[in-house]
Ligand binder design. Structure first.
Ligand code: SAM
Ligand code: SF4
Length: 327
C-alpha cells in the first residue's frame, strides 16, 4: 500500500494518455497549442498496461483516464479493455471533452466504465465556441445526452470563467433539474500554458455558492467521502445534483489520495508541484517491476503537505498547461 509522509493512503491515480487535444479551451492552452510531446516520448499502451498493473499491486483501486483529450489516442480502447479487467481495480473513470466519444459509448458500457466526467463550460454554441475556439457544441451535447441515457454515471465539469460564462451557471442548474447528472462548478486554475493572464480569482467557491443561492435558496448538502474534492448539494425536486470544487482555493488537500502520471510518464505528487520522477525511463530500462515500485514509494515518501507548499517548493509554475498535467 502507498502511504505518504503525511500518513495519507494513496489509492487513486490520474493517468494522462496523451497531451494532444482537438479543442483549444482558453483556460487550458493557447490558440496555437503548446509544444506537444513527440510520439516516442509518450508511454506506449503496453507500458501503460504494465504501469497500471504495478499500481494496482501497490493498492491503487481507482484510475481516471485523462489527457489532453483521451479519445485522440487511437489505441485507448485497448488500454481500457485491459485495465477494466484488472483484479483489485474497483473504479475506472474518464475525463473527456466528449467530442470523439460517440462511436465508443456502447463498448465503454460493456467494459463497465464507472463514471465519465464531461468538461462543458457553456450551454450555448456561441459561448462554447468563444471558450474552446472550436465549433463542436452540438456534437458534445448529443454525446452528453447519449451518455446520460447509458449505464455510466455522468458528471459535468464546468469551470466558472470571469466574463465568459457566468450567465450559464443558472442554465446548467436548470439542466441538472431535468437530467440525472451532477454538475460540478470548478474554480479556474492558473495552468493555461500562457493562454491568458491569471491574476487573482474572483469566482471562488464561496462566490459560486452565494450566486447559486441567489436563484435557488434551498439546497441540502450531500454526504461525500473524506477524499472528495467537491462539496455536493441537492436542490429539492431536482433530478440531478450540483457540486463545487475549490480547485484554486485548495481546501481539500489534507485528505488528498491521488497521484498523477502524465502521458510521458512524469510522476506528479501534487497538481501544484513539478514532476518528481519520470517512470518512462524506469519502465524502459529493462529492470524488474520492483524498480518502478521503489520509485513510487520514494515519491510518495516526500509529498508536499498541500498545494501551497508544493507551489512554494517548486517555484512559479504558471506557464504550464493542463493538457500536459491531465487536470
Ligand atoms: N480533454 C479532457 C477534458 O477537457 O475533459 C481531459 C483533459 S482536461 C486537461 C482535464 C480537466 O481539467 C477538464 O475537466 C478541464 O476542464 C480541466 N481544466 C483544464 N484547464 C483548467 C484550468 N486552467 N483550471 C481548472 N480546470 C482546468
Ligand atoms: Fe483540450 Fe481538455 Fe484542455 Fe479543453 S480542457 S483544451 S478539451 S485538454
Amino acid at each position: 500500500m502507498l502511504i505518504d509522509n503525511h500518513n495519507r493512503v494513496i489509492n487513486y491515480v490520474r493517468l494522462a494518455v496523451t497531451d494532444r487535444c482537438n479543442l483549444r479551451c482558453n483556460y487550458c492552452m493557447p490558440e496555437e497549442g503548446i509544444a506537444f510531446s513527440d510520439s516516442k516520448s509518450l508511454l506506449s499502451i503496453d507500458e501503460m498496461k504494465r504501469l497500471c498493473n504495478i499500481l494496482v499491486g501497490q493498492g491503487v483501486d481507482k484510475i481516471r483516464i485523462t489527457g489532453g483529450e483521451p479519445f485522440v489516442r487511437k489505441d485507448l480502447m485497448k488500454l481500457l479493455a485491459y485495465i477494466t479487467k484488472l483484479e483489485g481495480l474497483k473504479e475506472v473513470s474518464i475525463t473527456t471533452n466528449a467530442t470523439l466519444i460517440g462511436p465508443h459509448i456502447e463498448q465503454l458500457e460493456d467494459f463497465g466504465i464507472n463514471s465519465i466526467n464531461v468538461s462543458l463550460d457553456a450551454i450555448t454554441p456561441e459561448t462554447f465556441h468563444r471558450i474552446t475556439r472550436r465549433d463542436q457544441f452540438e456534437l458534445v451535447r448529443e454525446n452528453l445526452m447519449r451518455l446520460i441515457e447509458s449505464e455510466i454515471a455522468v458528471r459535468i465539469n464546468f469551470i466558472v470563467l470571469e466574463g465568459q460564462n457566468e450567465e450559464d451557471i443558472y442554465e446548467m442548474l436548470e439542466f441538472q433539474r431535468k437530467h440525472d447528472v451532477r454538475v460540478r462548478f470548478l474554480e479556474e486554475m492558473p495552468f493555461n500554458g500562457g493562454s491568458r493572464n491569471f491574476r487573482n480569482l474572483n469566482w471562488n467557491h464561496r462566490k459560486i455558492l452565494e450566486h447559486i443561492r441567489g436563484r435557488y435558496p434551498d439546497f441540502e448538502k450531500l454526504p461525500a467521502p473524506l477524499t472528495s474534492t467537491s462539496v455536493n448539494y441537492k436542490i429539492p425536486g431536482h433530478t440531478g445534483s450540483f457540486g463545487i470544487i475549490p480547485s484554486f482555493s485548495r481546501t481539500f488537500c489534507g485528505s488528498c489520495n491521488r497521484l498523477r502520471v502524465t502521458a510521458t510518464g512524469d510522476l506528479i505528487t501534487c497538481l501544484y508541484g513539478k514532476p518528481v520522477a519520470n517512470l518512462r525511463t524506469t519502465l524502459r530500462s529493462g529492470l524488474h517491476d520492483s524498480f518502478v515500485e521503489e520509485a513510487l514509494v520514494r515519491a510518495v515518501g516526500s509529498r508536499a503537505k498541500d498545494g501551497f507548499e508544493a507551489q512554494e517548493q517548486f517555484g512559479p509554475i504558471f506557464g504550464s498547461s493542463m493538457t500536459s498535467i491531465g487536470g
